[in-house]
Write a protein that binds this ligand. Structure first.
Ligand code: FMN
Length: 437
């Protein structure tokens, strides 16, 4: 009794290829694979461990140490913990030790990744087509650790003839829900499947996947699997990000019209008020000027106060007008914050020197709080400029903003999205600022 044919259930098979000898520099890898009687068919995908590709390509180099080789292959340090370094290497891959391998190599030598793994894959693929008249996909694999997940898995670092990504965006799932973010890393999934049968130490550096002919296709390469920096939400390790947050804060004096997210400013205030301060006080207050009217009223009142100061200095009306006309970082900013200091927790010594020192303590704590604020804003990708103006006309500022007498404005912070990257500044070396006793 025969009913209607059951619908085909998707499946594939994966097998390791026996008979690949120890690979040496200059070996023709495709010829070695062809000689191993691989039984390849059109539509198969070959998973080739990068180590044998590197060996065949003579990527064994002399190195005093593995660390020296890692230095040479590193473009950017992403994270460092003790001797372990996660770096972006010259192939654009973010991985431990730049992919430099010192296992199974002669002393004084290390094995580098293939110079261009996509090119290596393409070379193997076209040579196999010549030798065996088959159209297969080729993926060069390497073993990666992963942030957030324990354990290693193989990924594709080189690819030819395989559509490395399967972009399902615009489609729907089986319930009809739109798929808006689903791009499947097909080449990585194939690499991991191959790893299940190649193993790490079994001397089986090549695997073949059969039954997934639909993944073959032209026009993409494993380099497409590397996330573009602009889309990378995790560019740095935690320690590195903390340090970079401090060093990347720069005064931004020109902003775009893009509005500032008030939530981001509040998160930055929450970070600011964790600064150190004397006597367990919390001397920071942040006045957020979120309406255009409040900003304009303050700036106009401060301008008038400044003009009065300049007249008192004996400046000519012409020179005063010139100064006032000059580009004003606060007036051109989409958002202003007036940090204020309250010293109600300060001690009163009734002694000039000690009272001056007491106020200084609060002022430096205020500086720490504002710096925290600026760094946290930078972390929110917001530029800022801390300028002094409100300190020179505190009464006016208090009056216009309706602030209590005990609040001392400590400058003003212009906040916004930077119109341009700040000018490069040479790195400052600690040595120039240090005296050791
Ligand atoms: C208390 C204080 C007052 C400042 N006042 C002004 C100012 O009135 N105008 C200005 O353009 N920048 C002002 N700045 C910013 C400095 O010019 C800036 O920090 C300096 O040029 C270093 O550049 P960077 O912040 O990009 O590292 C002030 C900075 C501080 C800490």
């Amino acid at each position: 009794m025969s009913g209607p044919a059951a619908p085909a259930v998707p499946s594939y098979e994966v097998r390791a290829l026996a008979g690949i000898p120890e690979v040496r520099p200059g070996d023709d890898l495709a010829a070695l694979i062809a000689a191993a009687d691989p039984g390849l068919r059109d539509g198969d995908v070959l998973l080739v461990t990068s180590k044998i590709v590197s060996k065949a390509e003579g990527r064994i180099v002399r190195a005093e140490s593995r660390e020296e080789a890692v230095d040479a292959e590193t473009v950017r340090v992403v994270a460092r913990r003790g001797a372990l370094r996660i770096v972006e290497n010259r192939q654009g891959l973010v991985m431990a030790a730049a992919g430099v391998d010192a296992s199974n190599t002669d002393p004084g030598t290390v094995l580098l990744l293939p110079e261009d793994p996509d090119r290596s894959a393409a070379g193997i693929r076209s040579a196999l087509r010549e030798l065996l008249s088959v159209d297969v996909g080729v993926i060069v694999t390497d073993t990666f650790g992963r942030p957030w997940r324990t354990g290693l898995t193989d990924v594709a670092i080189g690819s030819a003839g395989v559509r490395v990504l399967d972009d399902l965006r615009g489609g729907t799932d089986d319930r009809g829900n739109p798929l808006s973010a689903t791009i499947v890393a097909t080449a990585d999934e194939l690499a991991a499947a191959g790893d299940l049968v190649k193993g790490k130490a079994a001397g089986l550096p090549v695997a073949v996947v059969r039954g997934l002919g639909h993944v073959l296709g032209e026009g993409s390469a494993a380099a497409d699997l590397v996330r573009a920096p602009a889309d990378d939400m995790f560019r740095l390790g935690t320690s590195e990000a903390v340090r970079e947050a401090v060093t990347q804060r720069r005064t931004v004096r020109a902003f775009t019209d893009e509005p500032v997210d008030p939530g981001a400013v509040r998160r930055a205030v929450a970070a600011a008020v964790t600064a150190p301060a004397p006597h367990h006080t919390t001397p920071w207050r942040f006045v957020l000027l979120e309406s255009a009217r409040s900003r304009l009223e303050l700036l106009d009142a401060m301008r008038d106060a400044w003009v009065e100061d300049l007249r008192r200095d004996g400046k000519s009306e012409e020179s005063i007008a010139k100064r006032v006309r000059r580009g004003d970082v606060l007036r051109n900013a989409p958002y202003l914050v007036v940090p204020c200091m309250v010293t109600d927790g300060a001690h009163d010594y009734g002694h000039a020197r000690r009272d001056a020192a007491e106020r200084e303590m609060f002022v430096v704590a205020m500086g720490a709080g504002v710096q925290n604020f600026l760094v946290a804003l930078a972390g929110e990708r917001l530029g800022s400029a801390w300028v002094s103006s409100t300190m020179f006309c505190r009464d006016v500022v208090r009056k216009v903003l309706g602030l209590p007498e005990g609040w001392d404005p400590m400058g003003a912070v212009a906040v916004g999205h930077a119109a341009a990257a700040p000018a490069e500044r040479p790195a400052r070396s600690a040595a120039a600022f240090i005296e050791v006793r």
